[in-house]
Write a protein that binds this ligand. Sequence first.
Ligand code: PLP
Length: 393
Amino acid sequence: MTMLYFDFNATTPLSHKAKMAIQGMLDQFGNPSSRYRLSQNLVTLIHQAKESIAQLVGGSSERIIFTSGGTESNNLALHSVFSQLPVGQLSRYHAICSAIEHSSILEPLRWYQAQGLKLTVIEPSKTGRIDPDTLCNAITPQTCFIALMAINNETGVIQPYDKLASRLKGKGIHLHFDAIQAVGKWPMSSFDDIPLTISFSGHKFYAPKGIGGLYYSQQVKINPLLHGGGQEHGLRSGTENTLGIAGLAAAAKEAHEELMQRINYCREMRTYLLTQLDEFGVNYHVNGETNPEYQAPWTLNISFPGIRAEALASRLDLCHGISVSLGSACSNNSQSPQRSHVLLAMQSPHDYIDSALRISFGHVTEQHEVSVLANALQQETWHLLAIAGEQRI
Ligand code: PLP
């Protein structure tokens, strides 16, 4: 059975160029920190990789730190801010985040909250978007940090991160964008006139797993999470992941060159799937933005009322070789499956939450694969509804 993949928000395959770049590096085993010539081309590689990433985040290559991925980058941004506050004074400070952040933001923030930090969590609209006015109204004289993701991983809803950045000018509040679903997929710009950090992760845009990073604006002083050999200008110790960096550089260059083409192609695939489902008379509800301006075209969070998403996803997998996700891939790690915190925050009815699949496309998705998915969805939703006793005409 051919395997069909529709979970590009969870991770992406390596691009051909990323693979080639890694293969070309396999024998270059030097340590970039060594002084001899054997290692010097690795220093150049790291420098060039930062230039390619800088084009994707719209900032200076000098203020990029490579990390092991998105989770570490988010933790580094938070640690950097809170560890620089006066010792024992956390309870005099206030932070704001959205309720739909990824667990790698929510969990560390809750940890700091347990240590005394005051935290305000902003709920989204029913379409999954955070209102920048509501967020700004929550600012108090004690607010020192705001986290807003650029694009939500479960719904693909594009958040008003750029609007927020311009509203924070002159306020001295550190703004963090978890842009892990945006960098390499969506045009981004950095803002150097505010304290800003932006996290990214290679495996979301056809680079390998285990490599990502954090961009920081001129106004930010990074306090490292990892201390040791002083790599990354002392901001992230540990011997550099040169194979990962080689793959990341190649994937970032391609992503930059093909960004709009990929976006438009994914939009076509998403529209095609919905048109097919309409033609087949499948009953569904799209969770997320109806305004296309606010909706990432590679993500479709879709509910099939009356059906359990687990049953549908496993039938798609076992009977058709199709991989789709239930909500966020990260939340699938929990021992007992829990309702998506994102759809709950959007006040989606439980029937929509329990029947929601996240289908995500890549520029490598082929139209005939989308046809197979549409047919399988029609077949399996009818089958499961019949079992549930909800006979269709
Ligand atoms: N933030 C968002 C929005 C994500 O989607 C993910 C991964 O799915 C992460 C953070 C964590 O990134 P990583 O898997 O690179 O640790």
